[in-house]
Design a binder for this molecule. Sequence first.
Ligand SMILES: Cc1ncc(COP(=O)(O)O)c(C=O)c1O
Length: 480
Amino acid sequence: MEEHTRRFNRSHWASHFNANRFEKVGESVQNELFQYLESAWSREFDRVLPQGTPEERLAQWQSELERPQDSADTGLVRHDLIKRMVDRSNKLHDPRYAGHQVAVPFPELAWLQAATSLLNNGMAIDEMGPASSPMEEAAMRSIAQFMGLGPESNGVLCHGGTLANLTALLAARQRRYPGNAWRDGTSKPCALLVSDQAHYCVARAAQVMGWGEGGIFKVATNERHQMDGKALLESYEEAKNWGFEVLAIVGSACTTSTGSFDDLEMMADFAEQHGMWFHVDGAHGAAQIFSKTHSMVLKGMERADSIAMDFHKMLGVPALCTGLFYRNGQDGYAAFSHEANYLYESQEEEWWNFSKRTFECTKRMLSAAVYGIWENHGPNLWESLVDRLIENAQSFAQIVDNRPGWELFNHPNSNIVCFRSMDFDNDALRRNMIDAGPYYLVKTVFGDQTWLRCTFQNPLTQEEDLNGLLEGLEGIGREL
Ligand SMILES: Cc1ncc(COP(=O)(O)O)c(C=O)c1O
């Protein structure tokens, strides 16, 4: 290598791996984010969801990518990138945000995320994450106990509810076909029972495992979107008659579109009676276990073999961070019984080598936020957050119910509210409201009707925001 190239490289790397520069960039990012929070909290943004079609937004980012490079800007990324990202992103911290189910993260956790990004101790095996592995094991054991899963219970963290549901179903398959399923497949076609309102990722998991569409028996639901007990037995018998091995029943706690909770007690009885695995997809609503007021809807969940619970939905943790809990912690090792000799010295069940229990090999230091909150607050912080979010949903539902011209899907047991105008086109109402700003809400379709849908994720949302949202929709309706 030429001497000048060597010198360039040294100074180049030294400038990017430089503590002063790190501090300076940190200050400017901090200022940007501080301003974002101030604007969000004082409701200064014109719109929670910025305007622009996907194509328009793509064109903007593409044209910026094609700009000549700025040789004066020596930063790793352009100096204004964070500002552009903030300006063009959904403003979750604005109290008028009532859109998707993703958490409005506790701002302090951004620093914890920054720390874990810098440490970057990806934790496939213990030696990769000597702090984060025992933090995860300690927090998961303790939270599993709190959830009432019993002395043998345990859990792992993974990147999202979709992956957690798949992992749980792999463990279910392995229980029925111990030792063989990974190597030989299964001797009979497998199937699972799940409500027709379940999140699509449950069906996707069955299809990933090669069970095909035929392997998913979608059980009919009642008018409140809960699995119907009579239809459950019929679906089970139908599956058996077709020659399927029914491995598992999956409860929704709650459903994504309307926040409805299946009768988990009834499903636990059914699973016990028919000797099948009982999994609860609690990606959204299992978090209510932390609330004394709102955990009744989860009765029976403590009898599940496995539960998926997203910390990044109702619990204020940045995405992605999902707990997959097992009543018998040993089941977690069954899900992936592959050999990876280059990683593991032994085929034993070693809690400290997390990739034995997760789909992921390298995994982020997911335990930091969960451990940190659990250590400092136990269930109390999450209890008050869950209570606050559901209180907002129930207040909004009450406002809707009291106003003529509106229909409420049901009185919410969670922080999701579905409602519709009986006078105006609901699609047009939503579209126009988003265009006009500042509010943001989503929609869902069932039957042949469009329903407006709010998920109250922001604990700072106030009565005035709830009234403003409905009044805004009414104003738009009058102009349509
Ligand atoms: C009930 C339910 N299950 C699973 C998922 C998927 O979870 P994730 O987005 O964490 O993969 C969702 C997401 O909205 C959900 O509502």
